[in-house]
Design a protein around this ligand. Structure first.
Ligand code: ADP
Ligand code: ZN
Length: 515
């Protein structure tokens, strides 16, 4: 009886949404892929079936500290569990081997690196392994930033042992799922569960970057004394923002992959232990952070994709209490993220997919209605307006931007797709700079046709055009904008564009036209 065990061993009154179906499928010996958000209770989904099943379930996980915690908790609850990791003492390892030999283990945690040693498969076969569970299954994805080469051996392990496998992850995008299926399940579709992605206690908000440092300081000042994470796109920026926050009297430290392992561990431990510490970090800070009362996550720079965004904000409010998030984004972020994709070593198809993931995030940033609804729709879930995002609270003012966008696109075309937004705005607003004059751009038909908008408004329009992927900056040409296929219907008058009035941007007056 699963529910009786649930109470007896874990002390839980019932299943969380989604858990029961997964537990049943795993118990029935099916191959299972379960996608649940962080904190959704994945471990129970393989631990409970393991207790009910004959033989040993081997659990592969990349997180040593987490494995040790779980083994300790299981043992305290009376479940025979052990772990084989590099963190073991020789005595601990001997005890695990002994227990395996005597058939006295139900759950064996193992780091993926173990699979590289030839004896492991034999050991597991002799030990009577009857199921495999894979935690953080997205680590098998070569394109994700958590890639673990040894995860690629798991598919072979499943074939050798010929036992059912349950794969668990919080990464939900369709591409990663497909990769998990092909690498862990030999391409045979497992029973798949995807649910529970809503984290209704997390407030969602985006703001165009205006003066980022001020925006960060203001956000944090309103939340003095709370624990939070500021994510930055570069190592250097973590240092400067941490210093700025410290100077403003906050307890803030930087964290990034360039720091010594010791220093990083120290920050992790402090964050876990101290109240009100702010960690200003790159994405290196994340997997394995298990602090329930992170009250806010602030993205000082645009994340790389909608999946990264969701994972990173998902670290807030695991205790279920209200938590807040804010993401700052601007044209420089879009340029940087596009450049990262374009200049990466991936093949063309891969780059196309990465641009699409980035577009999904930009679409969320420039959304005109409830952000949560849009976010959940991306993960395949339906939802109503949430009432807990900036756009539900203050619906944006929209306007028909078709004419303005058309003007901007034709300015791009008429200048040969050779210029960035700044120069194009000079042309549109009729600003006779030296560069405009030198290139004869004051003679273009588009010169001055956009004087009805301020410079700030044009900046917002260009940013939204990039967000809608109507034009892209070219990193090889200093961010010169070129049109995408999506722009042509707009130019030809076959598609309309709805834009948002930015309320947060400081209104910068258009430059006065000197005659
Ligand atoms: P995940 O691996 O999905 O991030 P965990 O398995 O670590 O999540 O579970 C997150 C938290 O939820 C843990 O503290 C766990 O004890 C708790 N939990 C899991 N299932 C239940 C349940 N059915 N009832 C109450 N608490 C649960
Ligand atoms: Zn909403």
């Amino acid at each position: 009886m699963p529910t009786a065990l649930l109470r007896q061993i874990w002390g839980f009154d019932g299943f969380r949404p989604g858990q029961q179906e997964i537990v049943e499928a795993v118990s029935d010996g099916r191959d299972v892929l379960a996608i649940m958000p962080t904190g959704g209770g994945k471990s129970l989904c393989y631990q409970l079936p393991a207790v009910m099943r004959d033989g040993v379930t081997v659990v592969i996980s990349p997180l040593i500290a987490l494995m040790r915690d779980q083994v300790r908790a299981l043992r305290e609850a009376g479940v025979a569990a052990g772990a084989l990791t590099s963190g073991n003492t020789q005595d601990e390892t001997d005890a695990v081997f002994e227990a395996l030999a005597q058939g006295g283990l139900k759950i064996l945690y193992m780091a993926p690196e173990r699979l590289a040693s030839g004896g492991t498969v034999n050991l597991l076969r002799r030990a009577g392994v009857t199921a495999i569970a894979v935690d953080e299954a997205h680590c098998v994805s070569q394109w994700g930033h958590d890639f673990r080469p040894d995860y690629l051996r798991i598919g072979e392990l499943k074939r050798d042992l010929d036992v059912p496998l349950g794969a668990f992850t919080a990464t939900a995008d369709a591409e990663t799922r497909a990769e998990i299926v092909s690498r862990l399940f030999d391409g045979k579709q497992p029973v798949t569960f995807l649910r529970g992605f809503d984290r209704p206690n997390i407030r969602l908000a985006f703001q165009p970057k205006d003066s980022p440092r001020k925006q960060v300081l203001a956000f944090v000042a309103a939340r003095r004394g709370q624990s939070g994470i500021v994510y930055c796109a570069s190592r250097a920026r973590t240092e400067t923002l941490a210093a700025a926050l410290a100077e403003a009297g906050h307890s803030a430290v930087a964290y990034h992959g360039g720091m010594e392992a010791d220093a990083r561990r120290q920050v992790e431990a402090r964050f876990q232990r101290e109240d009100g510490l702010i960690v200003v970090a790159t994405v290196a800070f994340g997997m394995g952070i298990d602090k329930p009362d992170i009250r806010w996550v602030l993205h000082a720079d645009l994340p790389k994709s909608i999946e990264s965004y969701y994972q990173e904000i998902g670290r807030a409010g695991r205790d279920g209490d209200p938590a807040e998030t804010l993401t700052l984004y601007g044209p420089d972020d879009i340029r940087f993220r596009r450049m990262q994709v374009d200049e990466g070593l991936a093949e063309a198809a891969r780059k196309g997919a990465d641009h699409t993931r980035l577009n999904a995030l930009l679409g969320l940033a420039e959304a005109t209605g409830c952000r949560r609804k849009r976010l959940l729709a991306y993960f395949g879930e339906d939802a109503d307006d949430c009432g807990n995002c900036d756009l539900c609270e203050t619906p944006p003012k929209l306007f028909d931007g078709t004419q303005s966008v058309r003007k901007a696109l034709s300015a791009i075309v008429r200048t040969g797709e050779w210029f960035g937004a700044g120069h194009l705005i000079d042309i549109l607003t009729g600003n006779t700079t030296e560069k405009v004059r030198a290139r004869g751009h004051d003679q273009l038909p588009t010169f001055g046709v956009g004087h009805d908008h301020s410079r700030g408004q044009w900046q917002a329009i260009f940013r939204q055009m990039m967000g809608l992927d109507l034009c892209r900056p070219d990193p090889a040409r200093h961010g010169a904008l070129h049109l995408t296929d999506a722009a042509h219907p707009v130019l030809r008058g076959e598609a309309d564009v709805t834009l948002r009035h930015d309320t947060t941007l400081r209104a910068r007056p258009a430059n006065v036209i000197r005659t």
